[in-house]
Write a protein that binds this ligand. Structure first.
Ligand code: FAD
Length: 470
């Protein structure tokens, strides 16, 4: 079988690339190892985690009603884990079903098989699904490599016990353990820790770095760190290494080595969330000219071209940041370049969102990056304690922050911590992409009272014109 364009991997990078290439009038085939399109994001990442985080948020809000508004409910909530799992699965199947329909409507062929390169122009297809063509291989003019990433599991943590889970295991929600240790205070660990804590687990977080979410703006992390500390009742072990893990008496015994935490503790379950690794092994890349760097990512340029003229790479396999919307956008660029358009990806403003409570979001330049590059920036911060909407919602620990070029007044970056930060950042991304000056934002009418106003207010602060308290 020959297909002018073959996309290897049907995650948000792969299916977007395939659909957009079909829109460009190209004949496209997706080769996906699993029975459903959607990849990590839909099946065991963004979507199921956000469905569960919604539940966590509602539970938290009900608790707030009791604590702050004097609303009483009879008794404690009881959680039906089967129903929670069922609801999460329904969200996934609605979306994956939709993707199958879109593929059909766009005449995109989907082959369920594990693909590997036998040459720069041919993939071997392994599996037993009826969609695999006779001969078990497919040739192509162009291939878009979109094989994504999988959770990293250091060998010393991989003890062959189902009490030690990765993010996929945690999202499967087998039960609600009485105690859960989260190894790694990055966004996946904190999101899943939030879910389990709200369902009733006693959660402990251990992080090797000095603070949670290493790499994120410290002003944004501060309010979240306080809440995580409260959620874990103080069991947040920073600057601490996990020495060994073993299964003892139906529990997992973990040794800690850190200035504030030394010795061992037992937990019912452990979630290892120490990062993800790109999927490049076993793909037969040695039979192509594709180059993989020392971190395992496929090297490609701003048009997503690899060192092999026939092969493009997108998404998690093509480098940081490992985010679904980055994968999708790279998919668009690859599809357009293959269709002969002059597309290119300028990675100036890729938003990053941590869907914890409070949420954290940022886009463009960060203060840390500015410092590292010796770049002078002005910073304008609006604390949410001054926002009428934040007061009404009792989320006053948020803040909105712009990074501004002091010479041109152009906005270079934005960071937000607080409820809905993930939605609010969209305005900032557009502003950065469009090269707005901070006055464009400060002088744009924002509805009152909204959290969106805080973007305008931070802009006003830059000019010393902000209204103090609403
Ligand atoms: P993937 O989604 O990983 O898809 C790759 C596909 O390729 C898979 O379906 C796989 O089966 C297939 N494949 C691999 N090898 C082969 C082969 N040899 N043959 C055939 N098929 C193959 N990102 C966000 O932007 N926002 C979030 O809120 C967010 N939350 C997350 C939460 C969790 C718990 C996790 C784990 C991830 C989260 N992510 C989030 C990251 C996001 O899921 C990834 O960045 C995104 O899925 C990457 O898309 P991709 O298309 O590159 O690869």
């Amino acid at each position: 079988m020959h297909s002018p364009v073959v996309v290897l991997g049907g995650g948000p990078g792969g299916y977007a690339a395939a659909f957009l290439a079909a829109d460009e009038g190209l004949d496209v085939t997706i080769v996906e190892a699993e029975s459903r399109l959607g990849g990590t994001c839909l099946l065991r990442g963004c979507i199921p985690s956000k469905a569960l985080l919604h539940l966590a948020k509602v539970i938290h809000e009900v608790e707030e009603l009791k604590a702050d508004w004097g609303v009483e409910y009879a008794g404690e909530p009881s959680i039906n884990v089967d129903a929670v799992r069922g609801r999460k699965e329904k969200v996934i199947s609605n979306l994956t079903g939709g993707l199958a329909q879109i593929a059909k409507r766009r005449n995109v062929t989907v082959i369920q098989a594990r693909g590997s390169f036998v040459s720069s122009g041919e993939l071997k297809l392994e599996g037993d699904h009826e969609s695999i063509p006779e001969g078990g291989s497919i040739t192509f003019d162009h291939c878009i490599l979109a094989t994504g990433s999988v959770p990293a599991m250091p060998p010393s943590f991989d003890i062959g016990s189902d009490r030690v889970m990765d993010s996929t295991g945690a999202l499967a929600l087998q039960d609600i353990p009485e105690s859960l240790l989260v190894i790694g205070g990055g966004y996946i660990g904190l999101e899943m820790g939030t879910v389990y804590a709200s369902l009733g687990s006693k959660v402990t977080v251990v992080e090797l770095a000095e603070g949670l979410l290493p790499g994120a703006d410290r002003d944004l992390v501060k309010p979240l760190a306080k809440r995580v500390d409260a959620m874990c009742e103080g069991r947040v072990y920073l600057n601490t290494k996990v020495g060994s893990i073993s299964e003892v008496d139906n529990q997992v015994e973990v040794t800690f080595e850190g200035p504030n935490k030394f010795g061992h503790e037992r937990f019912d379950r452990v979630l290892v969330s120490v990062g993800r690794r790109p999927v490049t092994r076993g793909l037969g890349l040695e039979n192509t000219q594709v180059v993989v760097n020392e971190r395992g990512f496929v090297v490609c340029n701003s048009q997503q071209r690899t060192a092999d003229p026939k092969i493009f790479a997108i998404g998690d396999v093509a480098g940081d940041p490992m985010l679904a919307h980055k994968a999708t956008h790279e998919g668009r660029v690859a599809a357009e370049v293959i269709a002969g358009k002059a597309a290119e990806f300028d990675k100036r403003a890729i938003p990053a969102v941590v869907f914890t409570d409070p949420e954290i979001a940022w886009a463009g330049l960060t203060e840390e990056e500015a410092k590292r590059d010796g770049r002078e920036v002005s910073v304008a911060v609006y604390p949410w304690v001054a926002s009428g909407r934040a007061q009404a919602l009792n989320i006053t620990d948020g803040l909105t922050k712009w990074l501004i070029d002091p010479e041109t007044n152009r906005v270079l970056g934005c960071g937000i911590v607080g409820s809905g930060a993930g939605e609010l950042i969209a305005e900032a991304v557009l502003a950065i992409e469009m090269g707005c000056e901070v006055s464009d934002i400060a002088e744009t009418v924002h509805a009152h009272p909204t959290l969106g106003e805080t973007l305008m207010n931070a802009g006003e602060i830059y000019f010393g014109t902000a209204t103090e308290i609403y």
